[in-house]
Every structure is written in C-alpha cells, then in structure tokens.
Design a protein around this ligand. Sequence first.
Ligand code: PEP
Length: 248
Amino acid sequence: MERPKSLVAGNWKMNGLEASLAELDATIAGAGGASCEVAVCPPATLLTRAVARAAGSDVAIGGQDCHAATNGAHTGDLAAEMITDTGASVVIVGHSERRTDHGETDAEVRAKAEAGWRAGLTVILCIGETEAERRAGATEDVLDRQLAGSVPDGATAANLVIAYEPVWAIGTGLTPSEDDIVAAHAHIKRRLRERFADGAEGVRVLYGGSVKPGNAETILALDGVNGALVGGASLKASDFLAIVAAAP
Ligand code: PEP
C-alpha cells in the first residue's frame, strides 16, 4: 500500500497564553506548502483564536480532550461539539497524561473517540506502554488491551489516527530504539487490519515521545511511522517547523 500522507501534530498541553499565538502565526507561515499535514492542539482557551489565525492555511487546529456527552452537568469539561463549534477539526483523546492524571479508562477513551466522531472531528487516539510494562515485556499486550478497549467500531483512515506514545518517552528525552518503534507500529497496524479489514488500511500511526528536530528525520522515515505527535517541541515554531520539514 502507498504510504499515506504524514501528519505532524503539536500538543501544547497546558501551555499557552495570548502571547503564544505569535508562535502559532510563525508555524502557520512556515507550514505553507509542507509535504505533510500539520495540526496544532492549543489549550481550550486559545481554540477560537487559533482557528481564526489558521483560517485558510494548511494548519488544522484541534482540542486536547473532550467529554463523551453532548452537554450537561460536567463542570470544566468540553463537549466534542463545543470543539467543533470553535471551528477546530481534530481532537486528541486518551493521552497518557489524561489516563494518568484523570484516571481515564479505555472505555472512557472509547466513548470520547465516539463523541469526537459524532461531532465530525478527526480523532487522534493515544496508546502506549509504561516503562515498567516495557521492562516486563508486556508492550504488545498493553497495546492490544488499549486498542481493543479504546478504539470504537467504525474506524477509518478518515476519522482515526493512532498515536503510539510510550509513556516513558514523553517529555523525558528518551526514545525507543528504531527497531522497537518499527515493531510497535507494525503490531498496531496488524491489529487494526485484523479488526477493521480494508476499512482501516491507511489509518495513520504517529509516533510520539521526545520527537525533536534532531531525531525527527530518522523517526519519521521509519517503516510504519506516518507522522508524529509532538509535545514540548511544538511550543517553539522553529523547532516544530524543523520536525514538519523532516516528514517524508
Ligand atoms: C506528548 O505529550 O504527546 C508528547 C509526545 O510530548 P513530548 O514530545 O514532549 O515528549
């Protein structure tokens, strides 16, 4: 199968005030004509302003999480429809920081992914093992459990992107070996093919965890890697654009 167009997505996490939009402006200016797709997921407070800045550009804007319900008594949460309402087109669900900080289960992540689809968003669904799980040789079991429990029926190349993010590689400067990244991506793609047959052919699998300008070209060229989910290095346009430029 032809390699799908790569996606490089930035996750700003709980970083960014009005002044940070200058970095978004620079990202938008520099991403024009990029060979890959580009998305930036700022904090919810900046979504509307980010969408306005990105209008007509090659940069998609996304949320970092959504609630499973359309509305209701859920103080502090955002419905997927609210994210769509800002003009954003993407949502991240199941990030390990949500799974850890908020105790999100696979079933909850699945419901959030369904909510994202209901609202017309492309869902970037994160999975990945902890350091202890990798040391115990349980990486594939963890990925299997998360894929089976978090990914709803009806996944297609158009509505789903998987981000393989080893928890121990996020924000640590550590990355798996090239062979380990290739093996994890091949495993994820195999499981998607088994479950969704042709429908999931072309679902992109991003790598996430300490992607930087210095390692992006190597990681993004690996077999089965269809882009990157980038945390820290997405906050500075020059770093993020160097990663975008490294995408095949
Ligand atoms: C992330 O949080 O999704 C991530 C990959 O972070 P970092 O790039 O900072 O490791």
